[in-house]
Design a protein around this ligand. Structure first.
Ligand code: NOJ
Length: 731
């Protein structure tokens, strides 16, 4: 986000004309989850209706009348700066009131959750990150920006860049996985894609959830987070730093408390780190109801106190409560909040609006609004299909069970296989069922000889009769198993991440047929797959891939596309291993088979499928790693050979370990990666560079340290199986 001198001057001029009330109005976001005039949270209204205090009809009337009048009057009075809305007609209507009927005509910024595409839904982030493809990350974000703007949304509550290492947390689906380096690359690319102001349409990005939300204790959503300053800076902050430096316009404060201070009122993370150190130029919005929750957290006495703490900490906009609107004016008059703090917040908000061009073009043009109503552009469909194909990870493939031949008779099993409504996954809002391709449709369209048997799914019973039929007349069984969309995402933590429902039983029964049973996984988190890995010949991780899911899965199953995805998160054998992640610190007793080491008695200590892992229909061999020190970097060269019979794409990964440091450091840290294409039988020397300035770490005072000493440099096709070289580095 960059403003010209002229634009900055306009912001200052506007600011100087505003009353305190109008300024506070800019800091207020309205959304349908708060019913205007009543100030009753939506959930409570629903409860009132459920227990009969109000009738369903009363509820409806209250909702629409109150909401409409309230929003319109408040916008007219300059008391609203932003809306949470995805209705182009309505946003034009309300925008017109702001621009034409409010005293200063300041346009509204309209935000919405466009997390992995609006209508052209592409893979959920944990899946897309498996492509390790920065160009793709940017291109899909461009499509999201274009479609958002066409639907009247000029501010996307994305990217979600919480590093997350505990698969019990339902929101692992929304983010790019467990590794700070991959998450940072993802974050930068998403900001570039969303905010490309040289394009016809662009939106403001919103970095969320700031910060450490992914570290919620025991993987339980909204739970407390507690960590050292070093851990915060080395693991959870890097994607936010990268994205802020890329010019991200806004950020969203997370619900969790961090070391006892809720992130909504945390001046260390908001003001000192994000604004003063990383230089975020735009504004910070709370998460929904976040300010009010500071009272529940037990850090604020009442709403007014919560609002004062939040604004002083650097929280510029209130989402979901009316606390700023209700209490900030008095707080300023009483000298509890300085006018400068308010001016700073409003300046940031106006600057984002100015950069978005909302003062010149506040409305969604009719023709843009109509553009995506009926038909999706071919180039969007092709791109989201490419993203879906690149996100698929082949986890197991014994005796080359995959790819399938078109001559094979396939029994396709499991309710998820034919369900178009389950392909998009959590936080997908604008898709239309007609655009979605199920796996069944994909296979049929690709010319496979396939018969579908529902048999069972993540919920409900299995049908033994159908299982018998499915097993009888086929050469191979493809079982689509996993999770429903609502099993991941917000408020969807699980204590048990094994295959949900009776699906394992279904797989057992199918195996009794003696036919090869291939599991196609459709899910939003790493599952504990110890049993499946032991019993099934092939497992294909397909996540929730978006509207083109069926075509992408069919292409990989039938070998039209060679899988190239690598895991963005480690998969455990068993529930109790959570959190399991590759870049863990060294213990004094690294896990091994012997008793007094860091291990479990009843489960392996390592991941079943580690970060960076993923098979191909060909095989790659790594040879001759050579790491050399240059003036300002370490250059690592490694030869990669395609030793199989088909062409393939590989992600070459470079890791590092600081052998002896001032603090215990991870056993491995990803530092660079490169996707390559290798025709069958060929080899290539790949060079990866690790900048010396990136070889340090943050200590517990938040100071970045580069320490001379021995480093191990690793290169390989996953975080476990690598070649290694040692090198002494002086900085
Ligand atoms: C709550 C979620 O935590 C956040 O991700 C989302 O952007 C907001 N609600 C707005 O819908």
């Amino acid at each position: 986000m960059h403003l010209s001198k002229e634009q900055n001057t306009k912001v200052e001029e506007l600011l100087s004309q505003m009353t305190l009330e109008e300024k506070i109005g800019q800091m207020n976001q309205e959304s349908p989850s708060i019913v205007g005039g009543f100030d009753v949270p939506f959930e409570e209204l629903i409860e009132m209706m459920t227990d009969g205090r109000i009738s369903a009809e009363e509820f409806q009337n209250m909702m629409s009348a109150a909401e409409r009048d309230f929003h319109e009057n408040d916008i007219r009075a300059g008391k609203v700066g932003s809306l949470l809305l995805d209705d182009p007609g309505k946003s034009n209507e309300l925008q017109r009131i702001a621009v034409e009927e409010s005293r200063l005509g300041i346009p509204l910024i309209i935000g919405f959750d466009v997390i992995h595409g609006y209508r052209s839904v592409y893979p959920i982030a944990i899946a897309e990150a498996c492509s390790f493809d920065e160009v793709l990350f940017e291109e899909t974000a461009r499509i999201a920006a274009e479609e958002s703007r066409a639907y009247g949304i000029n501010w996307n509550f994305a990217p979600m860049i919480d590093v997350a290492r505990d698969a019990r947390w339902g929101r692992v689906s929304e983010g790019p996985g467990e590794d700070p380096c991959l998450a940072s690359a993802f974050a930068r690319a998403k900001v570039r894609g969303l905010q490309d102001d040289s394009a016809d349409s662009y939106v403001a990005a919103c970095l969320k959830h700031y910060v450490a939300y992914g570290a919620c204790e025991a993987g339980r959503d909204y739970n407390t987070t507690s960590m050292s300053i070093s851990q915060l800076h080395n693991v959870y902050l890097p994607p936010f730093k990268a994205a802020a430096e890329e010019g991200a316009a806004t950020a969203m404060a997370s619900f969790n408390d961090l070391n006892g201070v809720p992130c909504t009122v945390n001046s260390y993370t908001l003001r000192i780190i994000l604004k003063d150190t990383y230089g975020l130029e735009g504004f910070v919005v709370s998460d929904a109801n976040g300010i009010k929750e500071c009272v529940t957290h037990g850090i604020a006495e009442d709403d007014a106190d919560a609002g004062i703490q939040a604004v002083k900490a650097g929280l510029d906009m209130d989402m979901g409560t009316h606390i700023y609107k209700e209490y900030l004016k008095d707080a300023v008059s009483a000298g509890k909040v300085s006018a400068d703090v308010i001016d700073d917040a409003v300046r940031r908000i106006l600057s984002v609006k100015m950069w978005l061009g909302l003062f010149e073009n506040p409305y969604v043009p009719e023709e843009t609004m109509a553009k995506y109503q009926d038909i999706l552009p071919k180039k969007h469909v092709e791109k989201v299909r490419e993203a879906a194909e690149k996100s698929i990870v082949l986890l197991k493939n014994e005796n080359q069970t995959l790819p399938l031949k078109r001559s094979q008779k396939i029994s396709l099993v499991g309710c998820l296989a034919a369900d178009k409504n389950e392909v998009c996954g959590a936080w997908a809002m604008g898709w239309k069922e007609a655009d979605c391709v199920s796996i069944l449709d994909g296979l049929k369209g690709a010319g496979a000889d396939v018969v579908y048997y529902p048999c069972g799914g993540p919920v409900g019973d299995i049908s033994e009769e159908e299982i018998q039929k499915a097993s009888a007349d086929c050469d191979v069984i493809v079982a689509v198993v996993g999770e429903l969309t609502n099993m991941t995402g917000e408020a969807s933590s699980k204590a048990n991440i094994k295959m949900p429902g009776k699906q394992r039983k279904m797989l057992e029964k199918l195996l009794e047929s003696g036919k090869p049973v291939i599991a196609v996984l459709m899910n939003g988190r790493p599952l504990a797959l110890g049993w499946e890995d032991e019993h099934l010949p092939a497992i294909l991780e397909c996540w929730h891939l978006g509207i083109q899911m069926g075509n992408a899965v069919a292409a990989v199953l039938l070998g039209d596309k060679n899988p190239e995805g690598k895991l963005s998160s480690s998969f455990p054998y068993a529930n109790g291993q959570c959190p399991v992640y590759y870049n863990h610190p060294n213990t004094g007793r690294p896990g091994s088979r012997s008793k007094f080491t860091s291990r479990y008695l009843d489960a392996p200590f390592e991941a079943l499928y580690p970060f960076g892992y993923g098979l191909s229909y060909t095989t790659f061999e790594y040879q001759e790693l050579k790491a050399e020190e240059t003036e300002d970097s370490v250059k690592a060269a490694v030869t990669v050979k395609n030793t199989g019979t088909v062409d393939g794409r590989e992600c070459v990964q470079l890791y590092m370990q600081d052998v002896a440091a001032g603090l215990v450091r991870p056993v491995k840290e990803l530092k660079a990666f490169q996707k390559i294409f290798l025709p069958a039988g060929t080899e290539k020397k790949i060079e990866l560079e690790l900048k010396k300035q990136d070889m340090g770490y943050y200590d517990n005072d938040g100071i970045y340290r580069l320490e001379d000493g021995m480093f191990r440099i690793y290169a390989g096709g996953n975080s476990r199986d690598c070649l290694c070289e040692e090198l002494r580095i002086e900085f």
